[in-house]
Design a protein around this ligand. Sequence first.
Ligand code: GRF
Length: 214
Amino acid sequence: MLKIAVLISGRGSNLQALIDAMQTPGFPAQIVCVISNVAGVHGLDRAAAAHIPTHVVSHRDFKNRQEFEQVLDARIRESGAQLVCLAGFMRLLTPWFVERWLDRLVNIHPSLLPAFPGLDTHQKAIDYGVKFGGCTVHFVRSEMDHGPIIVQAAVPVLADDTEETLAARVLQAEHRAYPQAVRMIAEGRVNVHNEKAFIAGAEAPATFAINPEA
Ligand code: GRF
């Protein structure tokens, strides 16, 4: 069983997807702690409901990022976690933290990276007029929303999409992609070479998707 710490800042629907996966028989990973940098968020209730230990480590309680991250790091290590999953964690991590957890720190981002890093991804995708959006699970590097890509899931962008409707469609894809990526890591199938992630024994989808269809 791979032990996982999940870092959140809010709603925690990706955390819930990981909790649900973890509760299915044979899932090779286990969440041993959930840490939020914001008190009172719904994700903490989800963790408590699943009897997972939680901590609030508020960045506001520290005078700089390094002190905040030292406590974060200590909490994670105390939990015995071997992998850290960022799931809507809204703080940038410094190179110090990223190096400490190199290739053991993953994030989910709601776009097909390298398109649309940062915030407001769905509005940016709509404004650009792309025909597919999606999500990316990747190993974290110090540069925001950057690092070896483990899994991507694509969804169509529809002509009448709003930020909300596209976000909802992408979120469904996120809830499949994140547990799948964690499973593959826990199975020891993910290796990074030259800043690319390779998945042993993975199959590509049989065909392409086209949007719009004629
Ligand atoms: C997700 O869209 C995730 O991709 C992004 O932040 C959002 C978090 O949502 N990094 P939730 O808290 O998991 O519901």
